[in-house]
Design a protein around this ligand. Structure first.
Ligand SMILES: Nc1ncnc2c1ncn2[C@@H]1O[C@H](COP(=O)(O)OP(=O)(O)OP(=O)(O)O)[C@@H](O)[C@H]1O
Ligand SMILES: [Mg+2]
Length: 418
């Protein structure tokens, strides 16, 4: 006989009045929103705009320097920003526009529009977007370039604000439609009474100045080029730290883990990679119901990046290099980093196990460099105390140490016999 009266929400109520929590019904959902690791997903989104851009103060200052005249009633600037993928070009322009609008709010009203030319590859389409940013109701079809430009002039005059136009990934526009629109925008004040109505920021991974026509270059001037470099390990570490602090439970990660993520992304210098790796590691750790992220959660994701560690790369190694690497794998199963000193002592233990005599200190160092050149391990040198001692920290950001160890154990005995 079924004596359950009804079941609703979290509890079951029996006919005799006895209540039972029906927790088992939703056990599988417990991890969602538990806040063990992820407190706020937004900072892990590529489009999230952080309050501050970290570690790029010098570049921000150079950009501001090029806009030195913008506080004046007729001041304007034209700048080309170039740099490799994920070097922070888009974020640099977005934070600059946001901050300068606020900074000059009581002195000169500004407004900005950011257009990604990957989705707007014709001059007319881009001109429409600019006009619509000032007048959302403006018709979006059937107008010629000439009509759009005269609408733009009118809107700018009535609006009384200086407009900063950012053309992001501008190489797509230039390749498809040439630089006619850019040329027209640069001349917008000719035949007019005022001047300094708009500023232009062009962004590209490529060196676009080379493909612009002379008439445009002479208006831009070569001094207005702002090249930005890829991020180094330190820059990537600062970025991933900012995201971890904003998104995660402070008890779920530590700085060594973030250094491992930064080491993994360092060869590319791409900030997007550290954010993606952190997000994937969070997802992995949460799906296992863990309270914190461990190195394996990072390595499992990084391992999927193609070409980082091809299947047959271990065949390049001599028997003793394999023993060195085996020792490294055993230690890195438990820690994110180890020192070269640790490598030597653990290598000695592995040699004992395989009943072979360890090679010299210098030879082990050469093995380490070879293993690093094959991208199996990564190294980072820290200077200890006033620049005297130097410690090398070794990690394996692209592969799971346990997998690599298993692959070595399968073939090292044969290699040693040869
Ligand atoms: N200095 C930084 N501080 C904080 N976050 C950063 C920094 N630099 C880049 N990021 C973040 O890294 C990601 C990639 O940066 P961004 O989109 O600006 O690169 P990009 O140079 O425009 O790349 P692409 O050439 O692919 O367009 C973004 O999510 C951005 O917010
Ligand atoms: Mg970009």
């Amino acid at each position: 006989m079924n004596n359950v009266d009804f079941s609703f929400g979290k509890e079951r109520v029996f006919k005799n009045g006895w209540h039972q929590d029906a927790t088992s019904m939703s056990d599988y959902l417990d991890r969602i929103g538990s806040g063990l690791i992820l407190l706020n997903p937004d900072p892990l989104d590529f489009d999230y705009i952080p309050e501050v851009m970290v570690g790029r103060e010098d570049i921000q200052e150079s950009l501001a320097g090029k806009f030195h005249s913008i506080a004046h009633p007729n001041g304007s600037a034209n700048v080309v920003i170039t740099g490799p993928v994920g070097s922070g070009k888009t974020l640099l322009a977005r934070t600059f526009c946001r901050d300068i609008e606020y900074h000059l709010r009581n002195r000169r009203p500004l407004r900005s529009v950011h257009i990604n030319c990957r989705n707007a590859t014709t001059n007319v389409r881009v001109a429409q977007r600019i006009v619509q940013s000032l007048d959302p109701g403006h018709p979006d079809r059937g107008l010629s370039m000439g009509e759009l430009l005269s609408s733009l002039r009118k809107l700018l005059r009535n609006n009384g604000r200086h407009l900063i136009i950012v053309l992001d990934e501008v190489d797509h526009l230039l390749r498809k439609s040439g630089n006619d629109l850019i040329y027209q925008l640069l001349r917008i004040d000719e035949d007019q009474e005022g001047s300094g109505t708009l500023s232009l920021i062009l962004i590209s991974q490529e060196q676009v100045l080379d493909v612009l026509e002379n008439a445009v270059i002479s208006r831009f001037g070569h001094t207005n080029h702002l090249p930005i470099p890829p991020y180094d390990m330190k820059g990537l570490h600062a970025i991933v730290r900012q995201r971890a602090e904003a998104a995660l439970n402070p008890r779920s990660w530590d700085d060594e883990l973030l250094k491992l993520i930064a080491t993994s992304a360092a060869p590319s210098g791409d900030a997007r990679q550290v954010i993606e790796l952190l997000g994937a590691a969070v997802e992995h750790a949460e799906s296992e119901g863990q309270k914190s992220i461990s190195p394996e959660h990072v390595q499992t994701k990084a391992r999927k990046v193609p070409q980082v560690m091809p299947e047959d790369v271990l065949d390049e190694l001599s028997g003793h290099s394999m023993l060195v690497l085996l020792g490294i794998c055993r230690r890195l199963r438990k820690a994110e980093f180890m020192t070269s000193k640790d490598v030597e002592s653990i290598y000695a233990v592995v040699c004992e196990e395989y009943e072979v005599k360890p090679r010299s200190h210098t030879t082990v160092w050469k093995f380490l460099k070879h293993i690093e050149s094959l991208n199996i391990i990564a190294t980072r040198v820290d200077t200890v105390g006033e620049g005297r001692g130097r410690t090398t920290h070794i990690s394996m950001p692209h592969a799971l140490p346990v997998d690599v160890a298993a692959r070595i154990e399968g073939r090292v005995a044969l290699k040693l016999k040869r």
